[in-house]
Design a protein around this ligand. Sequence first.
Ligand SMILES: *[C@@H]1O[C@H](CO)[C@@H](O)[C@H](O)[C@H]1NC(C)=O
Ligand SMILES: *[C@@H]1O[C@H](CO)[C@@H](O)[C@H](O)[C@H]1NC(C)=O
Ligand SMILES: *[C@@H]1O[C@H](CO)[C@@H](O)[C@H](O)[C@H]1NC(C)=O
Length: 245
Amino acid sequence: MAPKYTISIVMLFLQSQLLILFKSGAADYIPPAKSDGFGYKTHSINLDSILIEVFYDPLCPDSRDSWPPLKKTLHHYGHQVSLVVHLLPLPYHDNAFVASRALHIVNGLNTSATYPLLEWFFENQDKFYNAATRNLTRASIVEEIVKSATEVVGKSYHSSIKNGFNDTHTDHLTRISFKYAASRGVYGTPFFYVNGFLLPDNGAAVDYNAWRKVLDPLVGAKKGVKNEESLHSMVEMDSSSVLEM
Ligand SMILES: *[C@@H]1O[C@H](CO)[C@@H](O)[C@H](O)[C@H]1NC(C)=O
Ligand SMILES: *[C@@H]1O[C@H](CO)[C@@H](O)[C@H](O)[C@H]1NC(C)=O
Ligand SMILES: *[C@@H]1O[C@H](CO)[C@@H](O)[C@H](O)[C@H]1NC(C)=O
């Protein structure tokens, strides 16, 4: 009899520990209600397309340099390739978390404005580098970012963006981005995944030709499979090659 009681007591103890675990801070927003990431020119991911996931820090020069060739690549392949950008605010870029939070705030106000703001950060990174902001207060940096984001997104958004920095939800979304990157083992930016697998030459800004070398065979392989399917998918294929031009 005694061992049985012991087991029950241990079980009870474990249950109470689990309950404490779930009630503690992190579990309030992990797992999140919505998957992390900003879809490029789409609100949902087409499971039939090739998925590129990229981890960016809006204040990272290598992330900035990799974006134009990636954007060109996306325009080349059209709907055959989807992109999701995840943010990883790097701790050694002093203002990366605030910049990333601005992107979450703006994404919540107008999804279409997210990428324009990301591009704005890429073009104006040097304003927010560590040395350039050494003597500035955090409040003044937030103020500057609110002002700039308003210019990109539209005057009518000024108070919403400002209030966004006072809303713990946007703080949580930015933390989720960080935690998501950590959970995928991402430790720098940019990191690229294609259909869930890490691209071998990480860290380097992948150029347009390198992207074509990665994606052409995948798009070709998909078309091969489609050819063997039905006439219906042949029609789809035709329309996709029209879009490519
Ligand atoms: C959302 O942002 C896009 C891109 O900046 C802009 O064209 C559009 O007018 C905005 N929509 C609203 C409702 O402000
Ligand atoms: C920051 O302040 C120090 C001390 O006043 C000054 O020497 C330095 O040039 C300032 N840096 C910037 C980026 O303004
Ligand atoms: C943020 O909220 C605090 C407390 O509710 C308030 O005192 C402060 O003025 C708010 N700041 C902004 C920028 O709205």
